[in-house]
Design a protein. Sequence first.
Length: 232
Amino acid sequence: MTSKFSGFPRECLAFYRDLAKNNAKQWFEQHRNEYEENVMVPARQFVTAMGEALSRRSPGIHADPRTDKSIFRIYRDVRFSRDKRPFKTNLALWFWEGRGPRMECSGYYFHLEPKTLMLGAGIYMFPKHMVKEYRDSVVHRTYGPGLDRAVKKVLEKGPYGLGGAFFKKVPRGYPADHANAEYLLYNGLWAGIEMPVPKELFSPELVPFCRRHYGNMAPVHEWLLNLTGRVS
């Protein structure tokens, strides 16, 4: 990007508030210039700046300021949904690390809505080919304790939560009384934090602000990065 990130404008949040009330193609086309100027331009700048900051700890991080790379598209996939509203009412960004397809890698997530900001680290849902390796790692004599230590490090550093729990019972073939049995209930694994929109959103300080939170959640990401490295 030719210009540095200076913060998201308040008009970015206003755009998403208005979009939620007018979620239709005609309205969006009439306000496409506002979307480009107030959302996409600062989003591209932020992706570039955030990628540089994250690369200091994670040299392999991918921060690609293009749609369908680090910037999720605004269009919803309504083919199999009863909800036919065409547009997402949030900004979603993804910084991934690893050699596989971006959504099969672990990484750092940024999710902005008019009233809230959510930051996360990890994998939202394991691809099918990764599930067995994950479960085997959970009960492995070396990798398993490493996972538990990583989770505890994250939870000790702040008001972070752990997400991805899905199953009610330990999968067949794995010991229900294992010390790490609770992690066998997960079909994805990620740490996250949700908060009211911080004042840093509107300034260059958003980059170090997110970097601190991502750094606190990094142990979960780094454990998963080793997992994806073994699978790929």
